[in-house]
Design a protein around this ligand. Structure first.
Ligand SMILES: CC1=C(CCC(=O)O)c2cc3nc(cc4[nH]c(cc5[nH]c(cc1n2)c(C)c5CCC(=O)O)c(CCC(=O)O)c4C)C(CCC(=O)O)=C3C
Ligand SMILES: [Fe+2]
Length: 324
């Protein structure tokens, strides 16, 4: 093995990003809206949702920091200290995806792997992250290998199944009495015409978790759809809960499978909004604990990163074999 094969590989850990303070919500929202500032009403609406979950202090960033530190430790354990070096790259906040690649380049990193903190691929989610990362990497002459998905990684499925079982146990409900409601962030319905794998992968994750946890009663629903005037994928969780109440379901365990962390779409959209709606319907609603820095989740991420980095070794082997 040549010296360069031992050189550290940069790991760009990407996520949606969250503001650093309530004052930072406007700049964050403007970035999400591709540079168009929100109206006062839109800004107040989003700020009040953050106020409701974090009460003015911002724990959300620290949560991501902890995940990246835990992934770094796991990679060190699996591959040896110094083999992988993690950097953050956020979609809508600093350090942006491009900042992460730039930092790698400054540190002399020549090869990078990118992974997103969401398990399923959509051209509108993971595809967008990887495109930005790849373009930045090209500008900086850093080789880049992206992880597109890990939605059926056996250790991820195990981690989610454990949390489903724990959620049902906590409620004192057997696997057959409660209904497990898998959920994920909706996207504009036009992704269906684009043959996007998002919906299929979400259903594959849900089915695998249900099987691993021995659950027979489960459904999948969308949540957190945007208001863009165009149709988004449905049914939304509110409609789904209405239907379940009519079927006399008494307990629902919401299991977000497209999210891995405690953030706004979970702490507000499920814990406050969906819960309030469920209670109006006389339906008990609880949610699984999010994975955050769960050791099994870290294992699934580390394994996916090492798998993607393996593509560099294959290339090196092929080059060696052909004498290039
Ligand atoms: C697929 C998907 C994921 C899951 C995959 C992934 O993780 O990437 C995700 C995650 C997240 N979305 C988040 C926050 C927001 N998303 C918004 C708006 C939008 N999301 C979209 C899609 C997704 N979003 C889309 C198509 C829009 C419309 C505008 C656009 O085309 O981009 C808005 C604007 C206002 C609103 O509509 O509420 C906010 C505040 C936070 C962080 C919250 C925190 O701070 O904890 C997280 C993890
Ligand atoms: Fe979002």
């Amino acid at each position: 093995m040549s010296v360069s094969d031992q050189a550290p590989i940069g790991v760009l850990v990407m996520s949606y990003g969250t503001p650093e303070s309530l004052e930072g919500v406007e700049a964050y929202y403007t970035h999400i809206r591709r540079g168009h500032p929100p109206t006062d009403e839109q800004l107040e609406d989003l700020t009040s949702r953050y106020r409701a979950i974090v009460g003015g202090v911002f724990p959300l960033r620290e949560n991501t920091n902890r995940q990246v530190e835990a992934l770094q430790r796991r990679l060190d354990e699996l591959a040896g200290q110094g083999r992988y070096v993690c950097y953050q790259g956020l979609k809508h906040a600093a350090p942006f995806i491009e900042d992460g690649i730039e930092a790698m380049s400054r540190d002399g990193i020549e090869r990078a792997v990118g992974i997103v903190l969401t398990p399923q691929y959509s051209s509108m989610s993971v595809g967008g992250y990887l495109k930005r990362a790849r373009e930045a990497a090209e500008r900086h002459n850093v080789a880049f290998a992206g992880v597109e998905k890990y939605h059926l990684h056996p250790v991820l499925i195990e981690a989610l199944a454990e949390r489903v079982t724990a959620g049902l146990d906590k409620a004192g409900v057997s696997a057959d009495d409660g209904l497990v409601l898998f959920s994920a962030h909706s996207l504009p319905a036009r992704i269906l015409e684009m043959n996007d794998p998002y919906q299929d992968q979400l259903l594959e994750t849900s089915k695998a978790v249900a099987e691993a946890a021995g659950i027979s009663r489960w459904q999948f629903t969308w949540q957190s759809a945007g208001q863009t005037g165009q149709p988004w994928l449905g049914p939304d969780i509110v409609e789904t809960l209405n239907g379940l109440a009519k079927e006399n379901v008494k307990f629902v365990l919401v299991t977000p499978v497209g999210f891995v962390s405690d953030h706004l779409e979970v702490l507000y959209d499920i814990d406050i909004e969906a819960k309030r709606h469920a209670s109006e319907l006389g339906l008990a609603l609880d949610r699984i604990q999010m994975l955050n820095d769960d050791p099994k989740y870290m294992q699934a991420l580390a394994d996916s990163v090492i798998g993607a980095a393996g593509r560099y070794d294959e290339k090196a082997d092929a080059a060696g074999a052909s004498g290039v």
